[in-house]
Structures are given as structure tokens and as C-alpha cells.
Design a binder for this molecule. Structure first.
Ligand code: SF4
Length: 354
């Protein structure tokens, strides 16, 4: 494993980054709060989709102190549409801890950063190096792909077991200064030039140092482990209306959808079901007695390792349990509720159907 520095690599990369970087709102300055929020938003979400969320967020909560006083519903609302809502909940928890324990300033060292909710190894390294100029490496899919090609490495880039290997490589290449520009340059190179498909080697600033380019291995690298098979889930979702309003339930089970609003639903073993049996299950699980009516819609979505289908049917219950009597919302009100993408699709459809 080559741990020697690639001659001239960091200087070339930094110069290229400084002359070619995209003008993005989180690059206005190196404030740790701004860097942190951008890094969390950018996990699993494209840059162009993040920009407007980021700008709105910074208008609403320009400082970590202001954010720490927000409610969970406030942050979930601001996050609406970005998905993976646990990220928003963890941001709020971290802001509150940092205000209480560290005078409102994110710690500078990765060990302390890593202890905060939602801040993993990558984000800790990004905050420490970009905001505080610390000698810390960052490794994500972009960075490991760049190194796998630059150094013609065979180690797969998407296996957690190889994470230490790629961190060792990335650490070995850190320059003595300009850590912020270097790490951002690596990310930018992976995002703009050394892309997963059809990398733009001709315009690559480091092509003269790239082994994959020299040895004609660009199309073969990086190596990837085959993704594990996803699990199929099916749910039956119920549209229950009262005076043009819809019954929605706030999820209170800890997990991915905690705090989000959904239509009442039950799990199914498969997409076909017997209406009589299903009415019993609805009665047992949701305490709603009534009959399944017509099918309205069907939505498919994926999250973590699951592929879920929600079959949406209208349902008229004999009566609504007391705890849900005030849980009806108009389509306008639903606009302002935090929801997962599948339920948002359901109500986009309901709006069109109106
Ligand atoms: S030369 Fe091509 S493969 Fe090598 S780092 Fe540049 S873009 Fe990536």
C-alpha cells in the first residue's frame, strides 16, 4: 500500500480547487455551524436540491444558538422534502448539547465531534478540517473513488471493512496546510471530474499523477462490493375523510419515520388481500371498524434496505377513536406537516384528484 505522498498532488489539487470551485452558499466562509449544516444536508441529497433548503435554514436560524431554541416540529418542517428526518432531529439535539456544554461552539477535535448525535467520522473530519483547518482526513464515496483511481487500488470502496484502509490512504496525502481547500478540492474533484461514470480525465488537473489513467484502468476502477438485496414491504394505507379533511397520525415509534405524519396504515404480507380478513386486522390494529372501499392510488418508494409499496384505499369507519378526533387536516394544512416522501406523493396525488 503506497503511503508516500504523491508528489505535487496536494498543491495541484488546491490550486485547481481555488480556481474552479463552484460558488455554493456554504462556501461563503468557514464558520463551523454553516459547514456542519451543509455536510448533514448533503448526506444522501444532491447539491442542487440542498441549496434552497440551506439558504432558507440559514435565514431562519443564522446561528447555532438560535437553532438550539427551535422546536422539533420547527426543524422537521424546515427539513420537509429532504428525507431521512433523523438527520434534522439529530441536528437539533446536537445544537442543544453544544449550547449547554460547549458555549454554543462546535468542538474542534474529531473525538468530541464524533460523540455528538448525527456526527459520524466523515462529518467530524469535514468540520475539523474545513472549519478549523485540522489535519483530518475525510473519506466518502467521492474521495475513496478518487484515491482508488489515482493509486490504482483494488480494495472495494463500499465495504465498511475497507474504511480504515481508505482513511489511511487519505491521511497519508494530507498537506501540512490549507486542509480546508485540500479536502474540499478532493470532494469537488470527485463530484465534478472524477465522477462514477465517464470521468472527465482530459480536463482532470491531476491526470499526470493518476495511475488508473496511465495504465488504462479508469473504466475498471473503483471496485465495488455487490449491494445486498433489498427487502420488499407492503402496507395498506387508509384515506379517511371528514369535512374535506384527512386523518393523519404522527408516528411515535422511534426510527426513521419518528415524528412524521402518515395516513393510518397496516402491514400486509403481499399485495393481494381478502377484504373481510383485512377489515378484522384494521379493527384489531387501528381500532377502526368499517369497510375497505375503492383503491385510490399506489405508491412505491425505497428507504435504507427496503422497497415499500403502499396501497392506498378509501375507508369509512363507523366512528373515529377519541385520540384521533382532532387529527384531521385540510390539504393546505398538510402542506405544512413534516412527511416522508411516500406520503407526500399520496397527497400530491390527492391534490391533483380534487
Ligand atoms: S485522471 Fe481520470 S481517473 Fe484519474 S483522477 Fe483524474 S478523472 Fe479520475
Amino acid at each position: 500500500m503506497p503511503l508516500n505522498k504523491i508528489s505535487g498532488f496536494s498543491k495541484t489539487l488546491i490550486n485547481w480547487y481555488l480556481s474552479s470551485k463552484r460558488d455554493l452558499p456554504w462556501r461563503l466562509n468557514n464558520d463551523s455551524y454553516r459547514i456542519w449544516i451543509s455536510e448533514i444536508m448533503l448526506q444522501q441529497t444532491r447539491v442542487d436540491a440542498v441549496i434552497v433548503y440551506y439558504e432558507n435554514w440559514m435565514k431562519k436560524w443564522p446561528t447555532l444558538l438560535k437553532l438550539s431554541k427551535a422546536t422539533e416540529d420547527d426543524v422537521l418542517n424546515a427539513w420537509k422534502g429532504l428525507g431521512y428526518y433523523s438527520r434534522a432531529r439529530n441536528i437539533l439535539k446536537t445544537a442543544q448539547i453544544v449550547v449547554k456544554e460547549n458555549s454554543g461552539k462546535l468542538p474542534e477535535d474529531i473525538i468530541s465531534l464524533n460523540k455528538l448525535p448525527g456526527i459520524g467520522r466523515y462529518t467530524a473530519g469535514a468540520i475539523a478540517s474545513i472549519a478549523y483547518g485540522k489535519q483530518e482526513a475525510i473519506v466518502d464515496g467521492n474521495v475513496s473513488r478518487v484515491y482508488a483511481r489515482l493509486l490504482a487500488l483494488e480494495e472495494v470502496i463500499n465495504d465498511p471493512k475497507q474504511q480504515d484502509f481508505y482513511y489511511d490512504i487519505a491521511t497519508s496525502q494530507l498537506p501540512g496546510k490549507q486542509l480546508s481547500e485540500f479536502n474540499q478540492g478532493l470532494m469537488e474533484l470527485g463530484a465534478l471530474i472524477c465522477t462514477p461514470q465517464k470521468p472527465n480525465c482530459i480536463e482532470c488537473p491531476v491526470k499526470k499523477k493518476c495511475l488508473a489513467y496511465k495504465e488504462d484502468l479508469v473504466d475498471k476502477l473503483p471496485n465495488r462490493k455487490k449491494a445486498a438485496k433489498s427487502t420488499k414491504l407492503v402496507r395498506l394505507g387508509l384515506i379517511i375523510k371528514k369535512n374535506k379533511k384527512f386523518l393523519l397520525i404522527k408516528q411515535n415509534k422511534k426510527g426513521l419515520f419518528y415524528g412524521l405524519w402518515e395516513i393510518p396504515a397496516i402491514a400486509l404480507k403481499k399485495e393481494e388481500f381478502n377484504e373481510k380478513t383485512i377489515a378484522d386486522t384494521i379493527s384489531n390494529e387501528l381500532k377502526l371498524v368499517g369497510e375497505i372501499e375503492n383503491k385510490i392510488y399506489e405508491v412505491k418508494h425505497t428507504f435504507t434496505k427496503y422497497r415499500e409499496t403502499i396501497l392506498v384505499y378509501s375507508f369509512t369507519p363507523e366512528k373515529i377513536p377519541l385520540k384521533w378526533q382532532k387529527s384531521f387536516f385540510s390539504l393546505n394544512e398538510i402542506n405544512d406537516l413534516p412527511m416522508g416522501s411516500a406520503h407526500k406523493k399520496i397527497f400530491n396525488y390527492m391534490r391533483k384528484r380534487k
